[in-house]
Design a protein around this ligand. Structure first.
Ligand code: SF4
Ligand code: SF4
Length: 381
């Protein structure tokens, strides 16, 4: 398969890395973007028009916490203007009914709210924010009342995976049309917390049974998407649907990436929307061309019948666990590093599952907080 670029379908706009929460599984980079490096609303508006012209249909307004941007309504309106379907990916902190009403008026189509657990105590402990859980549930209900489509997202890890069924039931009770159950992906802060987050094999097997049970119970009522845990997989997931094949990420400062962790691969040049158009970046930037298609593959991927199904899995994970970004993802049982990955997972699960290093809330902020002292100053966008 050649490296020619088809049109992308989705764009993830990371409006900021600032966030009031401190989730240890956060996939944001350890080196968070500074507030004064963030793109202005005017540049985002230009990017959204270029994205629509390029063929993008869905825009995800993400972060960090996008609600940390005071100009979020202006940015949302700029997404609506060229006809993009807009999805706000949020922790719900910093939102009120009035603010959601304003976003809906600006053209917001969909809200995706993350919840951490079924009860406030464990949920707030891992979020690092007292009162977060109750507020999230209230905002989710308001979003549904306002007629916004709602997805509930849950990152699964060792401390909450046993409650998968209860988490789905809570999402249904809130009025979600879709539930995303995503096992933690070990990049950024999550990688730093891998030992504390990694579920056991027995937990993953039970969760797989519970997932099937919930899909059967709620068939036709709610869509349940699941991201399997790489470390216990036999074949990798088609990371981002293939590198530079369907979607792009724009970082808070404007660099355009094939996936949010791509900058962990040294030696790749990622161009910025500050200097170039999105179309030029999508079709010509070295970072996108590096692993687009299948021409870059080595064995065992090169001759594998699944090479255009999973595209060799995740390049960032291949670098991390096989020391080679062009290797087969070690999540694949055909990778020579697969057994080492399994051993790593098994070794990780003996660590204390609450010994988290909390994500910094902004560049330069403290990175660690004791569980008992999770209360923070109020969040003011
Ligand atoms: S800290 Fe939590 S809520 Fe904030 S961006 Fe990271 S995962 Fe999302
Ligand atoms: S060998 Fe490569 S292409 Fe084949 S299944 Fe494994 S990762 Fe996918």
């Amino acid at each position: 398969m050649s490296a020619a670029a088809a049109a992308p379908l989705g764009l993830l706009a990371e409006l900021t890395h600032r966030c009031p929460l401190a989730c240890p599984y956060c996939s944001n980079p350890l080196d968070l973007a500074a507030r004064d490096s963030e793109l202005s609303a005017a540049i985002w508006a230009r990017v959204f028009h270029e994205a629509a012209a390029l063929g993008v249909l869905q825009l995800h307004l993400s972060g960090g916490e996008p609600g940390a941007r005071r100009d979020l309504a202006e940015i949302t309106a700029a997404a609506h203007d060229p006809g993009l379907y807009s999805n706000l990916i949020t922790s719900a902190i910093g939102f009120t009914r009035a603010r959601l009403v304003g976003l809906r008026a600006a053209g917001l189509d969909h809200v995706q709210i993350s919840i951490q657990d079924t009860e406030a105590d464990p949920a707030d402990r891992i979020a690092g924010y007292a009162g977060a859980h109750v507020h999230k549930l209230a905002i989710a209900r308001i979003a549904v009342e306002l007629g916004l489509a709602l997805t509930i997202n849950v990152v699964l890890h060792r401390a909450n995976v046993a409650r998968l069924r209860e988490l789905v039931a809570l999402a249904v009770e809130l009025g979600a049309g879709r539930v995303e159950l995503a096992h933690a992906q070990y990049y950024g802060w999550a990688l730093r917390n891998r030992a504390a987050l990694m579920p056991t094999r027995a937990q993953v097997d039970l969760a797989t049974q519970h997932l099937a049970e919930m899909r059967a119970r709620y068939a036709g009522r709610v869509a349940i998407d699941a991201v399997v845990p790489d470390y216990y997989a036999q074949r990798p997931k088609p990371c981002m649907g293939g590198w530079g094949r369907r979607s792009l990420n724009v970082t808070p400062s404007g660099r355009v990436l094939p996936c949010h962790a791509a900058e962990t691969i040294p030696g790749l040049a990622f161009w910025s929307v500050r200097e170039r158009s999105l179309a030029e970046i999508w079709t010509r930037s070295p970072g996108f061309l590096a692993f687009r298609g299948t021409d870059w593959m080595r064995e065992p991927c090169r001759s594998c019948e699944r090479r255009e199904i999973d595209f060799g899995g995740c390049r960032c994970q291949a670098l991390l666990l096989a020391d080679d970004a062009a290797a087969a993802d070690p999540a694949c049982a055909l990778s020579p590093r697969h057994d080492a990955m399994l051993a790593l997972a098994a070794a990780a699960t003996v660590a204390d599952d609450r010994a988290y290093v909390y994500r910094a809330r902004a560049p330069g902020a403290a990175t660690s907080a004791p569980h008992a002292a999770a209360a923070l100053e109020p969040f003011a966008p």
